[in-house]
Design a protein around this ligand. Structure first.
Ligand code: ZN
Ligand code: FE
Length: 254
């Protein structure tokens, strides 16, 4: 069984320390920086077998080299990003499997935010690490791909089992919620979510994980094919990708 510890890093990043309790294998997903991870690790496990990177951005790989040096860890990431992920050892392709102790992760290549962005998905554990591709109530900016690629990447995540738990790279939920409410004003799921998000944040607790089911009901970037949203944009007859592009552009300046 996989245990997941959420470690807040930098301004609003989340890194995840993962532990397979059956085999005692320890990993860190997207170590933004050395210190918060090291503080946690040295108290609890005193080792890191694997560092898993969803993509090359500094706020997801900033701790790579120092942690690797101290704990002699193996760094795993997308083969597409082999030149950009510091210290990479194991280079993975779309649909590759990666054995983390007794937990099998499959690699889902999700270009859009960056061209080599990957998600780590475990069917058995019902979890996915989505980095900066899918957030709670939002999605990442399109930096290196096309809007169509990003929409396609999101739609592949969307098809995972609804009870899959989503662990993403940032605490952006509050701002994302305000955006969703603006363009999906009659969505009752968002009203309930607002109460829940406020109570979490008031207690200084993460709003992570979320689930696929929850996102299907609330995340506007999962709902570009819903008529009410097309209507709120005045784009009733536009294809899904145009709706996605419009929303992503609006969100960039929200
Ligand atoms: Zn990023
Ligand atoms: Fe990021």
């Amino acid at each position: 069984m996989l245990k997941i510890n959420i470690i807040a890093c930098l301004q609003d990043n989340y890194s995840y320390v993962i532990h397979d309790t059956e085999t005692d294998i320890v990993g860190v997903v997207d170590p933004s920086e050395f210190n918060p991870i090291d503080n946690f690790i040295k108290k609890k496990f005193n080792k890191i077998d694997f560092i898993l990177n969803t993509h090359h951005h500094f706020d997801h790989t900033g701790g790579n080299l120092e942690l690797k040096k101290k704990y002699n860890s193996k760094i795993i990431g997308s083969a597409e990003d082999e030149k950009r992920i510091p210290g990479i050892d194991i280079k993975l392709l779309n649909n590759d499997d990666f054995k983390f102790g007794n937990v099998d992760f499959s690699i889902i290549l999700v270009p859009g935010h960056t061209s080599g962005h990957v998600c780590f998905y475990s069917k058995k554990e019902k979890i996915i690490f989505t980095g900066d591709t899918l957030f709670s109530l939002g999605c990442g900016r399109v930096f290196e791909g096309t809007y169509l690629q990003m929409l396609d990447s999101l739609s592949r995540i969307k098809k995972l089992p609804p009870d899959t738990n989503i662990y993403c790279g940032h605490e952006y939920t509050k701002n994302n919620l305000d955006f969703c409410r603006k363009f999906d004003p009659d969505n009752n799921f968002l009203k309930d979510k607002k109460i829940w998000v406020s109570s979490k944040l008031n207690k200084k607790e993460p709003t992570i994980p979320t689930t696929i089911k929850e996102e299907l009901n609330t995340n506007i970037f999962f709902r570009c094919d819903v008529f009410a949203i097309k209507k709120s944009l005045g784009m009733e007859n536009s294809p899904e990708v145009e709706i996605f592009k419009k929303l992503r552009d609006l969100k960039d300046s929200f």
